[in-house]
Design a binder for this molecule. Structure first.
Ligand code: NAD
Length: 321
């Protein structure tokens, strides 16, 4: 086996791969760039790679056509279809494996971090204390008065890998968990009795925190608009660690400015990086992070272990035939 790795990869997994053959490791984290799909095909052929591991590179028909020796592609992400031409891979008998759920815990923990940050005003309190403005005990219970997650209701829109990881953790906070996901079958998922499947409007109406965990597509683009925001309690918070375009940005800005909503925690943004004049930077009721939902070293370890396990299975199968 000769393997080219363009994704960040854990050193334990690298060592396991090196037991199977030659490994060339050029993570985009080190090179700072993605490959050109055509150049990649030519290189795979010229250097006789039969295994490719990527994260964000695009593998088009032409890439595969240029690399007839390629047999196996490991993609360190869940949504493979946008990056790899799956039909072309199937036609050429190239095995493609992905790593669904690799970042579920990381994103879930960030979503809960944003909830706690909003509930207890942690970022603003931190900034103030760093500025040397420690306030009196009276101020602590007025300006910094927060709320507990305990006993409150969270509404999760989307109950896939991330939604489920959030639900599991928030049950330990003793929250009431509502879920809207039109595509799940509760029986198949063995839905715990504490989790209630509801209609979207009911979820918006009843929740103290609404957290988005569904994919962005034609159906979900603008899912949360002015009408949906108006259904939410004025004391409620919206958390978005999924995709910015799920929410009508102008409607959310208006709802926050007019205090129809208590606040928002946003990891994803329509324009990334946020421009210096972005209105989001002016709102005290918003906690922002720079699209770091999946940015943990553990995610790299998870996807590395998942891909290596698949390659070991494949290599063993190849050896016995
Ligand atoms: P997943 O595919 O496991 O789950 C998505 C769930 O959404 C599925 O259960 C599906 O049935 C549900 N869904 C589909 N259409 C829906 C709709 N109209 N209304 C409600 N639910 C709907 O995906 P996941 O791994 O849980 O990821 C969820 C999203 O999180 C991804 O699509 C991605 O956009 C985002 N994400 C963000 C980061 C980050 O860095 N912030 C990292 C990873 C994923």
């Amino acid at each position: 086996m000769k393997c080219l790795i363009l994704a960040p990869f854990h050193f334990d997994a690298l060592a396991r791969l090196r037991q199977l053959g030659e490994v060339v490791y050029e993570s985009w984290l080190d090179t700072g760039q993605l490959t050109d799909p055509e150049e990649l095909g030519a290189r795979l052929a010229a250097e006789a790679f039969d295994v490719l591991i990527t994260e964000a590179d695009f593998i088009f028909e032409e890439t595969l056509a240029a690399a007839p020796g390629l047999q196996f592609i490991g993609v360190c992400r869940g949504d493979v279809g946008q990056h790899v031409d799956m039909d072309a891979a199937a036609e050429r008998g190239v095995i493609v494996v992905n790593t669904p759920g690799r970042n579920a815990v990381a994103v879930a923990e960030l979503a809960i971090g944003l909830m706690l940050s909003l509930a207890r005003k942690i970022p603003a309190a931190h900034t103030q204390i760093r500025a040397g403005q420690w306030q009196s005990a009276v101020d602590n219970l007025t300006k910094w008065q927060g709320i507990e997650l305990y006993g409150r209701t969270v509404g999760l829109i989307g109950y896939g890998a991330i939604g489920r990881a959030v639900a599991k953790r928030l049950l330990a906070f003793e929250m009431n968990v509502l879920v809207y996901d039109p595509y799940i079958q509760p029986e198949a998922l063995n839905l715990p009795p504490e989790i209630h499947l509801v209609a979207l409007d009911d979820l918006l109406h009843q929740s103290d925190f609404v957290s988005l965990h569904c994919p962005l597509n034609e159906e979900t683009s603008g899912l949360i608009g002015a009408r949906e925001l108006a259904l939410m309690k004025p004391t409620a918070y919206l958390i978005n660690t999924a995709r910015a375009a799920l929410v009508d940005e102008a409607a959310l800005l208006a709802a926050l400015r007019e205090k129809h909503l208590a606040g928002a925690g946003l990891d994803v943004h329509l324009i990334e990086p946020l421009p210096p004049n972005s209105p989001w930077l002016q709102l005290d009721s918003v906690v922002l992070t720079p699209h770091i939902g999946g940015a943990t070293g553990d995610v790299i370890r998870h996807h590395s272990e998942m891909i290596v396990a698949e390659i070991e299975r494949w290599a063993n199968a190849v050896n016995v035939t």
